[in-house]
Design a protein around this ligand. Structure first.
Ligand code: NAD
Length: 351
């Protein structure tokens, strides 16, 4: 065996029904006295509940998906004006992303309280958008110092959005199996993430008001993000990044549509990953496992339904091939990726 695996320090607290107490404890560990709370208007009520009793100097609700640079600048200015000493983010990936943008420049610590399954809280990846172009990078300063997971905070996430967000997490796991820095440790985390998401997501759909499925989904989402942060972005993420950038498609739903196509494309060339994924799904093959899960969840199936124009298929394929991740198990050719994107656009069965 020869590999190098880095495990960055981060405290993780699972606290179903007890986010407020858990958050207070994490803020105390940091010795913080001037809390800036970042939460979009939709999550304000949740944020007020979990931050009650904290020494809050500013509530910031100016949250926009993919973090436009001017939104990041306003948040940084607010943190400086209030002399904040910790950032508490309560929300999905967009909210965590804004806290990261502030931390990137100021070095302020973040305590993240996630309310979706996006997993940004467990990665050191930041993203900023300028003139419709999203730039991402990695910086250890943006990795939240602590995460407080409370499945009760995700009860209000509608089932449809829960499914898309959960499949975004599942995509982190699957792509970790062949991403550029994939290793036995992040593969083990990814496989356990698949098992937890396979167990949890159908329960969320069956009973959106129940905690059991949401706890499993949140646990799986955390594992998926740790695996992804370590393994890096593979072919699936590259494809979704291109699609999101060119057509502004909804983030989580795009992942849900593309994942089975990339899985079917790679597995004939990735026998070990295929076996691990099949075992994690508890199915005969990985492709059957994912197909069965998508059927149970009623997942979105076509890029056409998400608003992508058909004329864009070849341009997407060209961009994916140009930026194909190193070490993808199957050669990434223009013909093959064009077919993959066309199938995903039509909502055809993955081949
Ligand atoms: P989001 O944060 O944009 O939230 C989607 C919608 O759900 C919003 O309208 C929000 O108000 C609502 N919402 C959130 N929590 C809710 C709750 N509990 N109840 C009801 N509604 C709720 O979406 P997302 O998918 O969580 O995040 C997407 C963003 O995160 C993208 O910009 C993506 O690039 C980024 N992301 C980054 C990383 C990373 O490692 N840096 C990882 C995953 C995603």
């Amino acid at each position: 065996m020869q590999f190098v695996h880095d495990t960055p320090a981060q405290r993780v607290r699972f606290a179903t029904g007890a986010a407020r107490e858990g958050l207070a404890a994490e803020v105390a560990v940091l010795g913080a006295r001037r809390v800036m709370v970042i939460a979009g208007t939709g999550e304000r009520e949740l944020a007020d509940r979990v931050t009650a009793g904290l020494p809050v100097v500013h509530h910031h609700d100016d949250v926009v998906m993919h973090v436009p640079v001017e939104v990041a600048e306003r948040a940084r200015a607010a943190a400086a004006a209030r002399d904040a000493d910790v950032l508490v983010s309560v929300g999905g990936g967009s909210t965590t992303g804004l806290a990261k943008a502030v931390a990137l420049r100021t070095g302020l610590p973040i305590v993240a309280v996630p309310t979706t399954y996006a997993g940004s809280e467990a990665t050191a990846v930041w993203g900023l958008t300028e003139d419709s172009v999203k730039t991402t990078g990695t910086d250890i300063r943006v990795l939240p110092r602590a995460i407080v997971y409370d499945a009760a905070l995700t009860l209000s996430l509608p089932a449809e959005l829960s499914v898309a967000s959960g499949l975004n997490a599942l995509a982190h796991c699957v792509d970790s199996m062949w991403a550029p820095r994939s290793d036995p440790i992040n593969q083990a985390l990814a496989a356990e993430g698949v098992r937890a998401l396979e167990a949890g997501l159908p329960l969320v759909v069956k009973n959106p008001d129940g905690l059991a499925g949401r706890e499993q989904a949140l646990y799986g989402a955390y594992l998926s993000a740790v695996a992804f942060a370590s393994a890096g972005a593979g072919l699936h993420h590259k494809t979704c990044h291109v699609l999101g950038g060119m057509f502004h498609l909804p983030h989580a739903q795009t992942h849900a549509v593309i994942l089975p196509h990339v899985l079917a494309f790679n597995v004939p060339f990735a026998v070990e990953a295929e076996q691990r994924l099949a075992a994690a799904f508890g199915s005969r093959t990985a492709v059957e496992g994912l197909a069965g899960l998508r059927d149970k969840l009623g997942a979105p199936r076509s890029l056409r339904d998400l608003g992508m124009p058909q004329e864009g298929v070849v341009a997407v394929a060209e961009a994916v091939v140009a930026g194909a991740p190193a070490g993808n198990p199957r050669p990434v050719t223009l013909d093959a990726i064009t077919e993959l994107v066309r199938n995903a656009w039509e909502g055809a069965e993955p081949r």
